[in-house]
Design a protein. Structure first.
Lengths: 172, 181
């Protein structure tokens, strides 16, 4: 199977499972890209994800950056297409039903019931990212400070990313 | 908040989503609401909340699902395609530049140092977000167990389809039970 097809399929399996956005599929992305396929190492994975977080636009574009790293522009196209197309088609099909869905009795339980799954997956993403990024006492200090900042304050997380970059430049 | 205006044309709609994509640092939905509801008045608060609610239940990126819902509402398939593509066009172009720079300069020591710092901050950001979300939910015991189950299974490297399909029924059951009381 060609590399591009493998990339397309890897991300397409993520697409329909991405309840709760990019952060929730991160553990599976890590499992597939780093452990199953061996396309990149831990450090590269966490840096590419961080780049996508720091850039504007939907965070799901982390998939595109990783596709580029694996196989250049064609890899980027394959990863983006795989990540977005299946979900987009489903959203389009269901979109016609929006008005009926909005009043449906099962919608509220569905929203409430899937949120804890998403939050659990996001927490797992954080733990996996921390394991990949925590290379010394300084990076662990940055991780702890950034966790507290995002948890306890309402400021934009971009400040944290910028601060992390500056500290890394000065001290690492 | 202005009263709902007439339906937007395809071009203004596309331009609006181009702007949403490029301004939406760290999550697009807040920006989309601000522009579509408050600034343009194309949707009422209720319309937007309903579209977002459905977008969140559907799999895939919420922002994309929402764009497709909004586009389809005004211009059918063409609207959905225009809004979806416009949302991603700007950030994609930018990310191509970033990815090319990473390939060219990613091995320089000072670049690695900066990126390691950003990656550590991003890890903390994801952790902090999870804590914040869990705190806001204040889940009862059943939902808490579902969340902890997802965390444990993901860390144990259980494939995601098994996690989602295995836990969703319990989540739905717990939520249904919680809402009934």
């Amino acid at each position: 199977m060609s590399l591009l097809l493998q990339i397309l399929l890897a991300f397409a399996t993520l697409s329909l499972l991405a309840i709760g956005g990019a952060n929730a599929v991160l553990p599976e992305m890590h499992r597939l890209l780093v452990e199953v396929h061996g396309w990149m190492d831990d450090a590269t994975f966490s840096q590419l994800f961080a780049l996508a977080q720091a850039a504007p636009g939907p965070n799901i574009l982390a998939a595109s950056v990783m596709g580029w790293h694996i196989a250049g522009p064609a890899g980027m196209a394959a990863a983006t297409l795989g990540m977005l197309a299946p979900a987009a088609v489903l959203a389009w099909v269901m979109g016609g039903l929006t008005e009926r869905l909005a009043g449906a009795r099962w919608l509220k339980p569905a929203q409430f019931g899937l949120v804890p799954v998403a939050v659990g997956l996001i927490a797992a993403s954080g733990v996996i990212m921390a394991g990949a990024a925590g290379t010394g006492w300084l990076s662990w200090a940055i991780i702890a400070a950034s966790t507290l900042f995002v948890w306890r304050t309402g400021f934009s997380p971009l400040w944290v990313l910028a601060g992390g970059g500056v500290l890394g430049l000065l001290l690492l | 908040m202005s009263p709902p205006a007439g339906p937007p044309g395809l071009l203004p709609l596309g331009l609006a989503y181009l702007r949403i994509g490029l301004t939406g640092f760290g999550g697009v939905n807040a920006w989309a609401r601000q522009l579509l509801v408050e600034e343009k008045g194309w949707l009422t608060e209720q319309d937007y909340a309903e579209t977002l609610g459905v977008a969140q239940v559907l799999p895939g990126p919420n922002a994309l699902n929402c764009a497709i819902g909004v586009g389809a509402r005004f211009h059918g398939a063409a609207g959905a395609a225009v809004c979806g593509l416009a949302l991603f066009a700007g950030p994609m172009a930018l990310l191509m530049g970033i990815a090319a720079l990473y390939d060219a300069y990613g091995d320089l020591p000072w670049v690695r140092a900066v990126l390691t710092g950003i990656a550590a901050a991003a890890a903390g950001m994801v952790l902090g977000t999870a804590v914040k979300m869990a705190q806001k939910l204040r889940p009862g015991l059943p939902l808490l167990l579902v969340g902890l189950g997802a965390l444990g299974m993901a860390l144990a490297r259980v494939p995601l389809p098994a996690v989602v399909l295995g836990l969703a029924p319990f989540g739905l059951l717990a939520a249904w039970w919680g809402l009934r009381r």
